[in-house]
Each structure stands twice: as structure tokens, then as C-alpha cells.
Design a protein around this ligand. Structure first.
Ligand code: NAD
Length: 525
């Protein structure tokens, strides 16, 4: 009997549907079908693929209300936040449609010493791409990588998160509405077992967004078949508030970055470091902001609630554990907390008296908590910001942009935003991804598209031409001539180049007199 995956609204606990989990055989079959479909899709031009994706864009816009409704039920987030997921996906789709042909164009490169050859790089698709998605933004973190993989010429098997399976089913339906696209994408449904089956079914490329622990497992399995992987993993983003920051703006948008999507954002503001002189004022303003942000659930298009519930029940345990650990070690909650014992809702929490011995400052919390730490100066802020295994994003606040940039440049992260928080993800032309334990994949931007390709290179020319430097180097007996060429071409000073010339001619003379003596000796014998 096939296992069922229930759709449960985390805000109400009410089941609103179900889907059958894809069996291991079903996963294999999906990969096989996509392998068979690959030649037909990859042979289309980028423009043809972009035109087909234009039709998907129409389908997505038509379905905007349905998308926001399903996300509202599946994640508990507001309808407007659901719509925002679609915005980010469509904005990226538009930019990619406009730019993909230019980015993927065959590129001529310098032919080096082979002066009679023409050399090119082409960006070719891998084949079947497996895309494994998380639950926190189930639409935004599925559609853009799928679009990038398809535009690059790959066929796709998508595995949405089991926590937000209804969104996965909706995505499958939306793709099926574009008949020219439907044969080139499959959606498999299920939990980690289904994800593991997909990884094991030998796709040609794996793009995964999720936790660091799962990313490591996937990479381990992929290493068996040397399947390339891109991993977009967790984060513990720092926010640094410098002395010359606009504190009102920092508190307003810092709180937004900490509490948006109930803190369930890989690049949420998870730690705030404020210089001593501004700490009291910033903290007061942050509390005021938290006070204004209400949590609750509404199915109306305009919800009065900024925060919905925690989407994944497993996450509640982590948040509560981090809070307990912090309290036991001396942290103080200034505002917020659990709304109802055993429930999935919190009011935004501002936490102070925190330090790096606490889980809340070290591990990913993925919840609506803004821990604020007082630091002596920016040096201490930087040291603490970098004292973490993750390196996804960060934000720096200062009215002096040069100052902010100098500080930002020293933060170990894949992306930085100055005087705002988390918004860099919404810029489709900016490649987004991490460093350190946050992984190494990129989504968005030219890099996010090229990631789904392998560079294929070729050189064209007639048979080797004798006067080509590279041909001279290939022929035997040219050691000294090669040293001359090396010295003249690559000598870093005039002296080095000159010495190469004089040594060559000196040796030439010596050799010819030596061979004269030798031949005389042979004749006198
Ligand atoms: P997760 O790692 O539990 O699951 C992610 C996906 O992997 C799911 O589809 C899951 O079913 C699948 N999976 C689980 N075990 C698997 C296995 N052994 N083999 C293959 N697939 C497997 O993560 P999550 O809880 O869904 O998402 C939250 C995490 O994602 C957080 O750590 C968050 O920071 C991270 N995240 C990162 C980014 C980013 O862009 N860097 C964006 C969003 C979320």
C-alpha cells in the first residue's frame, strides 16, 4: 500500500488534503523518463525554452490567488506573504527570460600560444537535474531553481518538502498546464526517504536547499557516483549596528528581518551586535517594533497578523530548547514568547544579556527571536559575527556607506546587505548562497543559471602550423628554443627577457664551436 502524505494547516491543525508518496520505483521511473526527454529539451534553443517559460509565467499570474491560498493553508503564512513568494519567483523568471540567451551564449576565448586556432566555450546542460526543496518558502525555493535548470537545458525532477506537500502538488499542477513544458519536468512527493531515493537514482546534477545536516548526507551519497551537487544550507545571520547607524531604520527593518515569515528564513536576522553607545536606544526601539507585530492566522487577503505559526512542528522543539538554554545561562526576554502552551504561535521575542555560550547565538534557531548583544566596538562586533560555523548572509548598519562597506567586507558571508535586512534575496540578478556551513550553491543571477551547466570547450584550426609557437614547443629537439620563447614571452623584467636572448645565442655559438671541434676530431681519426 502506498504511504500517504497529509496536508495539515499548521495554524489550525486541520487536514485539508493528502497525496500519495512516490515509491522508490516511481522515483527511478521519473528520473528515467527525464533522461529520455533530455535530448528533445536540450536541443531547443535558449530562446525556444524561454518562450515556453513565458507561457508558464502566464499560468503563474493567472493562478496568483490559488497560489497564495495554498501557501496560506500549507505554511500558515498570510496571503500577502504567499503572494510575495510568487513575486520573487516571477521577477526572477522575467530576468532570466531576458538574459539567459546572452549569458549562455557561446563565448570565444583567447587561444593562447595556439595563434592559428579559434577557441570557444559553450555552456551545456548536465542532463537530469534533481531539485530538493525545503518548507519555509516552498514556492520561492522550488520555482526559481527549476526555471534556471530548465532554461539551461536540463530536464528536472523536483522533490518538494513533505512539510508543505500541498504546495508541491500545486506546483505539479501548474507545470502540467503548459503542455510544451510538462514532458520535461516531474514532481516526486514524499519525505527524506523519497529525497534519498532521488539522490540514489543517479541524476546528473543535484540542487538542494535545506539544512546543513541533510546537505552533508546528500553530498556523501553523491560522492559515490561523483554527481555534482549545489547546496543552499542553513544560516545564522548577524546584524551589526555601528555607531553612526540610523537607529530607527535599523530597529524597524532589523525586526522585520528577524520576524518575517515567523523567523523561518535561512537568512533571517538571528543575532544582533550593537556598539555600546547605541545599545540602550536600539534595544528600546527594537522592543517597540516587536510590540507592533502581531501573530495569528487569517485566510483573508489582508491579514492583520504579521506572523503566522511555526510551519514545521519539529521546529517548535528547537526554538523552545534554544530559549530554555539561553534563559538558564542568564538571557532575559524583554518582550514576546509563546502564545499558547503546546501551540505553534509565538509573539516576536527580543532577547538580551546573551553571549556565545548560548545555543541561541551559535545554532540556527529558525524562529521569531531577535537576540541583541552589546559589543565594545566594531572590532568586537566583527569578531563575534565571524565566530560562527555558518556564513550565509549578514547586514551592516551605518549612515556612512564607505564605513559600512569596510565592515561588511570583513564579514564571512556569501551575501551582505547594508542598511536593510534579508532583501538581497529578492534581487533576481544577485547570486545568493553561502560559504562555510551554509553551503556553496548559488541561486539567482548569471551564476545561478550557469551553475546548471558544465562548460564545454572546443578548439578549431587546421593541422598544426609550423610557425605556431605551440607547434614549435610540441616538436622534439626544441628545448633551448623553448627556453628562449619562455624568457622572451614571460620574463617579468627587461633583464630577464634580455638574458633569455643572450643565453640562447651564446649557447648557440658554443654549441656550434663544440660541434666543429667534434667533427674535426672525427675527421682526424
Ligand atoms: P531539511 O534538510 O530537513 O529538508 C530539505 C529537503 O531535503 C526536504 O525536501 C527533505 O525531504 C529532503 N531530505 C531530507 N533528508 C534527505 C535525504 N537523506 N536525502 C535527500 N533529501 C532529503 O530542511 P528543511 O527543514 O526543509 O528546511 C529548513 C532548512 O533549510 C534550514 O536549515 C534553512 O536555513 C535551510 N534553508 C536554506 C536556504 C538557502 O538558500 N541557503 C533557504 C531556505 C532554507
Amino acid at each position: 500500500m502506498t504511504e500517504k502524505l497529509a496536508f495539515v494547516n499548521p495554524a489550525t491543525g486541520v487536514q485539508f488534503g493528502e497525496v500519495s508518496m512516490t515509491t522508490p520505483e516511481g522515483v527511478k521511473q521519473a528520473v528515467q523518463e527525464m533522461r529520455q526527454a533530455f535530448p528533445a529539451w536540450s536541443q531547443k534553443t535558449v530562446k525556444e525554452r524561454a518562450n515556453i517559460l513565458h507561457k508558464l509565467q502566464r499560468v503563474l499570474i493567472d493562478a496568483k490567488d490559488e497560489i497564495s491560498e495554498v501557501l496560506n493553508q500549507d505554511c500558515g503564512k498570510s496571503r500577502q506573504d504567499g503572494l510575495l513568494e510568487l513575486f520573487i519567483a516571477v521577477d526572477m523568471l522575467v530576468q532570466y527570460r531576458w538574459n539567459a540567451a546572452k549569458w549562455l551564449k557561446r563565448k570565444r576565448v583567447h587561444s593562447g600560444l595556439y595563434i592559428f586556432k579559434r577557441c570557444y566555450v559553450e555552456y551545456r546542460p548536465y542532463g537530469v537535474t534533481a531539485i530538493i526543496a525545503p518548507w519555509n518558502y516552498p514556492f520561492t525555493l522550488s520555482i526559481p531553481p527549476v526555471i534556471a535548470a530548465l532554461l539551461a537545458g536540463n530536464t528536472v525532477v523536483l522533490k518538494p518538502s513533505e512539510v508543505t506537500a500541498a504546495t508541491g502538488v500545486l506546483i505539479e499542477k501548474l507545470f502540467s498546464k503548459v503542455p510544451e513544458l510538462a514532458p520535461f519536468i516531474r514532481v516526486v512527493h514524499g519525505d527524506g526517504k523519497v529525497g534519498a531515493a532521488l539522490v540514489n537514482s543517479k541524476p546528473d546534477y543535484i540542487f538542494m536547499t535545506g539544512s546543513t545536516a541533510t546537505g552533508k548526507k546528500i553530498m556523501q551519497t553523491a560522492s559515490e557516483t561523483l554527481t555534482p551537487v549545489a547546496l543552499e544550507l542553513g544560516g545564522k545571520d548577524a546584524m551589526i549596528v555601528l555607531e553612526d547607524a540610523d537607529l530607527q531604520a535599523a530597529a524597524r527593518w532589523g525586526a522585520w528581518g528577524a520576524f518575517f515569515n515567523t523567523g523561518q528564513t535561512c537568512m533571517a536576522v538571528e543575532r544582533v551586535y550593537v556598539v555600546e553607545s547605541k545599545y540602550d536606544e536600539f534595544t528600546k526601539l527594537a522592543v517597540q517594533q516587536a510590540e507592533e507585530l502581531k501573530s495569528g492566522y487569517s485566510t483573508e487577503p489582508n491579514s492583520p497578523y504579521f506572523m503566522g505559526p511555526i510551519t514545521d512542528p519539529r521546529q517548535v522543539k528547537i526554538i523552545d530548547d534554544h530559549l530554555k538554554d539561553a534563559s538558564e545561562k542568564g538571557a532575559k526576554i524583554l518582550i514576546g514568547g509563546k502564545k499558547n502552551e503546546g501551540g505553534m504561535f509565538y509573539n516576536p521575542i527580543v532577547l538580551v544579556d546573551v553571549d556565545h555560550s548560548m545555543k541561541i547565538m551559535r545554532d540556527e534557531t529558525f524562529g521569531p527571536i531577535m537576540p541583541i548583544m552589546k559589543v565594545r566596538d566594531e572590532e568586537e562586533a566583527l569578531r563575534l559575527a565571524n565566530d560562527n560555523a555558518y556564513g550565509l548572509g549578514a547586514s551592516v548598519w551605518s549612515k556612512d556607506i564607505d564605513h559600512a562597506k569596510r565592515v561588511a567586507d570583513r564579514v564571512e558571508a556569501g551575501s551582505i546587505i547594508i542598511n536593510d535586512s534579508i532583501a538581497q534575496f529578492g534581487v533576481p540578478m544577485l547570486p545568493f548562497g553561502g560559504t562555510k556551513d551554509s553551503g556553496f550553491g548559488r541561486t539567482h543571477g548569471e551564476e545561478g543559471l550557469k551553475q546548471f551547466t558544465r562548460p564545454y570547450s572546443f578548439a578549431i584550426g587546421g593541422a598544426p602550423v609550423k610557425i605556431d609557437i605551440a607547434t614549435i614547443l610540441r616538436e622534439m629537439g626544441h628545448y633551448r628554443l623553448a627556453t628562449l620563447i619562455m624568457g622572451v614571452l614571460y620574463g617579468t623584467t627587461f633583464k630577464q627577457k634580455w638574458e633569455a636572448l643572450t643565453q640562447f645565442f651564446k649557447k648557440e655559438q658554443k654549441e656550434s664551436s663544440a660541434s666543429k671541434v667534434k667533427s674535426e676530431a672525427i675527421t682526424t681519426k
